[in-house]
Design a protein around this ligand. Structure first.
Ligand SMILES: Cc1ncc(C[n+]2csc(CCOP(=O)(O)OP(=O)(O)O)c2C)c(N)n1
Length: 244
């Protein structure tokens, strides 16, 4: 099941041969949570833009990571509100001028990776749209991971972001896994790399941890999914009568 929000990625549910739910701006994670809790045998992928997931949806982002639901969260991070024609987003770099900040951005950007590290996500990664094979591996590993997996995806927006271009990223990105000493089990090392943003920008798997998922701990769905319980014939007539 793929859940999308509102933004340039929104129509993805129509391009992929899977179940899809095109939800509303900032609410992909609550919708994905509902789906997962109704049927935790479904593989659930929730997508968002940076405005969608790290702006209006930032509260849901934090709480879903704390719960460690087994959801894969792909965030298409182009550092702009692009569908609405190029306003500042929570990840726009300071100083840069955009349609909504003609004199330059004066706020510190949200760092999704350090936020994920401090909120309890158990698979934290960053890919680059200009390296699709590497990104594919992060996505497939994220899906295979049992727990909340973040894949923050650096994406140039050729129309509204003339700072973080394809060339900008191509010159700077390096892969964490090419550093033989990097250990994705070391949280402090992950913080250090997650703060690195300059001449060098790390991509790859920052952090991974095994922890029980929310759905593993919810007593009422431990033995059977809610949807199976519904079709095995629990009689709710008496309950419904109370609401007449
Ligand atoms: C509740 C709500 N607020 C605002 C909007 C208007 N809106 C639509 S898309 C969007 C921003 C999208 O930016 P982002 O999530 O970064 O995705 P992008 O378009 O850059 O891919 C906004 C503010 C909306 N649709 N719903």
């Amino acid at each position: 099941m793929i859940v999308s929000g509102i933004g340039c990625h929104g129509a993805v549910t129509q391009y992929v041969n899977a179940n899809g739910f095109h939800s509303i701006h900032g609410r992909t994670l609550p919708v994905a949570t509902g789906i997962k809790l109704a049927n935790h045998e479904l593989q659930v992928i929730a997508m968002a833009g940076d405005g969608d997931g790290y702006g209006i949806g930032i509260g849901h982002f934090i709480h879903t990571m704390r719960r460690n639901l087994d959801i894969t969260n792909l965030v298409h991070n182009n550092k702009r509100y692009s569908l609405t024609t190029g306003q500042t987003s929570p990840t726009t770099e300071m100083g840069g001028s955009t349609k909504s900040t003609p004199f330059g951005v004066i706020e510190v950007p949200v760092n999704p990776l350090t936020l994920a590290l401090s909120s309890g996500a158990t698979y934290i990664s960053r890919g680059f749209a200009g390296d699709p094979l590497h990104l594919k591996k992060l996505i497939t590993d994220g899906i295979a991971h049992k727990g909340f997996a973040l894949i923050d995806i650096l994406q140039p927006c050729i129309t509204f972001n003339h700072v973080n271009t394809n060339t900008f990223y191509k010159e700077k990105v390096y892969k964490l896994e090419e550093d033989g000493n990097y250990d994705p089990g070391d949280k402090m090392a992950a913080y250090e790399r997650a703060l690195e943003w300059g001449d060098r920008i790390p991509i790859g798997l920052f952090y991974k941890e095994v922890r029980s998922t929310y759905e593993d701990e919810v007593e009422t769905i431990k033995d059977m999914t809610l949807v199976k319980r519904a079709v095995t014939g629990v009689d709710i007539t008496k309950t419904l009568e109370q609401f007449k």
